[in-house]
Design a protein around this ligand. Structure first.
Ligand code: ACO
Length: 402
């Protein structure tokens, strides 16, 4: 409703595009999305093929280095990552300083930011070797930091990484294992968790990735830029949605499971509630990742001794919403987060860890995008313009006269 014509007179010609709905901030060769057709590809490879056939470290290599690795490259990349899974002892103590009830995303971003203090030998964005070692350190240490943030929140001792395990198994053990008992890997959970990390690995210029690029455009180092990305992901309209979906499903369940009334209430916008896990800025069709996650949720939940009734609530919610004009007209479909929370819950993760899992998955995308931005000669410091709506010139009034 704002009449911007007079404002533009004083600003000069600029494009007002709040939320960057139609403004590209860069060119990129990493991820392709066709939101109308529901297509997602990393470096040209369809997400469906990568989810089914690939692994998280292989996809990380693809995103970061541009190509699927050969067997030798993958083995070297995996060994490099394993070599750096430990965090420094001073950093382990760092976690004791946070309150027990701190949100693990807040601890995660602080942990990533703190890497700039421990690895001052690798902060130069224009030194190729330093960028390589920062890349490996981040990929290796994020699961360790994430598991520590969780252990700290429940008052349990932290576990050192076990590099005889795979990337995902090692994270599961550091999260759920106990120092006194051997950890038994659940192969279904490891496979599905690895696949979920693949699905989250990049999504072009979303809020957190744009944040990583914007911070990095000032030539801030990779750790500083990625910690900003973690903070952007923290919000409930972005990564925090998976946690919000589960609160929503629990609320529906606690109030008697009347899904139809809940959907009707969401349509009344004055109530200010949204159907969490529904809608997407780019997808105006079924999110291709949600199709894959829905199938995996069924598989993991069916394998539980007491299958989670919340899955049925979610399935009903989807069915009702997709046949309701409100959602049809606005092209609102389930996004990747609609079913992920149910899987994480079945694996034993508490809701506060859900967004942390998203961050673990998104990490290679943030790194790949940061590296692409730093190496692009067209990169300039990000500096959006504005349309000023404040007071015109006025004279200072002395304190005694106000
Ligand atoms: N429930 C109900 N109505 C919705 C929803 C929803 N989840 N999402 C959008 N709408 C409505 C809006 O009220 C608006 O209606 P109007 O045209 O009558 O005003 C219309 O659909 C368009 O919505 P916008 O807010 O303009 O869409 P935008 O692209 O800005 O927002 C977003 C996208 C933030 C994802 C939104 O759909 C949302 O809030 N969804 C719920 C949170 C969520 O699931 N986030 C995860 C996103 S995916 C990710 O980060 C991995």
């Amino acid at each position: 409703g704002l009449d911007i014509a007079p404002l533009l007179k004083q600003t000069g010609k600029v494009t007002l595009d709040t939320g960057f709905v139609n403004t590209a901030s860069c060119t990129s060769a990493i991820t392709y999305i066709d939101g109308d057709a529901g297509i997602l590809r990393y470096r040209g490879y369809p997400i469906e093929q990568l989810a089914e056939k690939s692994s998280f470290l292989e996809v990380s290599h693809l995103l970061i280095h541009g190509e699927l690795p050969t067997e030798a490259e993958l083995s070297r990349f995996t060994e490099d990552v394993k070599e750096h899974t430990l965090i420094r002892e001073e950093m382990r103590r760092f976690f004791d300083g946070f309150p027990r009830d701190a949100h693990p995303m807040a601890v995660l971003s602080s942990g990533v930011s703190a890497l700039s203090t421990f690895y001052q030998d690798s902060l130069d964005p224009f030194d190729k070797d330093q960028v390589e070692i920062s890349t490996v350190r981040l990929l290796a240490k994020l699961p360790t930091i994430a598991a520590h943030s969780y252990k700290n929140s429940i008052g349990h001792p932290t576990l050192y990484p076990d590099n005889s395990l795979s990337y995902v198994e090692n994270f599961q053990r550091m999260t759920f294992g106990l120092p006194t008992t051997p950890y038994e890997v659940n192969p279904l959970h490891s496979r599905v968790l690895d696949m979920l990390l693949v699905l989250h690995a990049d999504h072009e210029q979303n809020c957190s990735t744009s944040t990583v690029r914007l911070v990095g455009s000032s030539q801030a180092n990779m750790f500083a830029s990625v910690s900003a990305g973690v903070n952007a992901l923290f919000g409930p309209l972005h990564g925090g949605a998976n946690e919000a979906v589960l609160s929503m499903l629990s609320k529906i369940d606690a109030e008697g499971g009347d899904v139809g009334s809940f959907v009707s209430a969401v349509k009344d916008k004055s109530a200010g509630t949204r159907l969490m896990g529904f809608g997407h800025r780019v997808y105006r069709n079924y999110d291709p990742r949600a199709t894959i996650v829905k199938k995996a949720a069924r598989e993991v939940i069916d394998a539980m001794p007491n299958p989670d009734p919340m899955l049925d609530i979610a399935l009903q919610l989807e069915e009702i919403a997709l046949s309701d004009d409100y959602f049809v007209e606005r092209k609102l479909y389930p996004n990747v987060d609609f079913y992920t929370g149910l899987i994480y819950r079945a694996m034993g993760f508490p809701p506060r860890m859900f967004t942390v899992l998203f961050a673990l998955g998104r990490l290679p995308g943030w790194i790949a995008q940061w590296r692409e931005m730093i190496n692009d000669p067209a990169t300039k410091i990000g500096r959006p313009r504005q349309v000023y709506t404040g007071a015109t010139e006025r004279d200072y009034v002395a304190l005694s006269d106000r």
